[in-house]
Design a protein around this ligand. Sequence first.
Ligand code: NDP
Length: 313
Amino acid sequence: MAARILDGTKLAGEIRAEVTAQAKVLALSGVRPGLAVVLVGHNPASEVYVRGKVKSSGEVGLYSEQHTPPESATTEDLLALIAGLNRRDEIDGILVQLPLPAHVDAKKVLLAVDPAKDVDGFHPMNVGYLSTQRPGLVPCTPAGVMEILKRSQIPVAGQEAVVVGRSDIVGKPVAMLLLNQNATVTVCHSKTRDLPEVCRRADILVAAIGRAGMVTRDYVKPGATVIDVGINRITDPKEFDRFFAGNKKREETFLAKGSTMVGDVHPEVAEIAGAITPVPGGVGPLTIAMLMANTVKAAMMRRGLRHPELTRA
Ligand code: NDP
């Protein structure tokens, strides 16, 4: 039987509506949550992401501003910029768009963001809060994964969860969130032996690898929930055929645009999984929605207001 498709676009819409309502309540007490996005240099992919974040902020009623230092900006320039944003009370969230130019000490820059305004949840302080189950700001994509599970009524407690990928941005925080919600968690990476066999144990399989369609049907227990975090652009017609042969709708876009997106999970997995997130339209839309949610959460936490936790740590 074909898998239930977990519609991230719809779920992100629900979250945005909730954030809009929260922003309206805050406006009654004169608070407009503010997000500052720092985009260094000219990276076309980053520019697209940042545009999306700024647009979405306006739509849910948040204030946002963009800072665009030149490619030549030094670590010290960026530290000075962050220090200024940390001081401004009307800025609740600071997001430094990655990657930063190679000559910049990215770790130092991220460490300079006030943890209370760290809406990406990358600051070691927030990482520590997450791992010790204290209230804090949780990275957006992992928080989005948990929202998909929760809002799709997929049980987590007591389930076998396997996360493929151990990055600080996705794999590790997803694993921590699943563990905090009482899943039995296995984290896999490039040195894991017998990866398909380990993955087949999963009731919940999260793929955050960055390799087009690597998770094929032999990685998946029939009926499992599969969350595909991967975003991979493919341009090679042979590769297209490997994933989407016979899919007329995809073929039309591929021919028109010369590329299409595929996740880390092969589309054939939808034939045996119980539930699966599509790419595009799965985890991706949740990431920006959770950034909006984190900005409101930061605004409320900074003012000592109670926040109706979207994702419990
Ligand atoms: P990273 O490259 O930082 O991490 C990839 C992880 O996958 C590493 O832990 C790596 O292992 C592991 N890995 C790589 N190859 C293999 C393999 N052959 N077998 C097993 N494990 C392997 O990527 P990110 O975590 O930043 O991103 C992962 C994917 O998610 C990407 O496709 C990215 O585009 C996407 N993404 C999507 C977002 C969204 O909004 N939907 C947001 C962020 C990312 P090791 O540690 O041993 O090297």
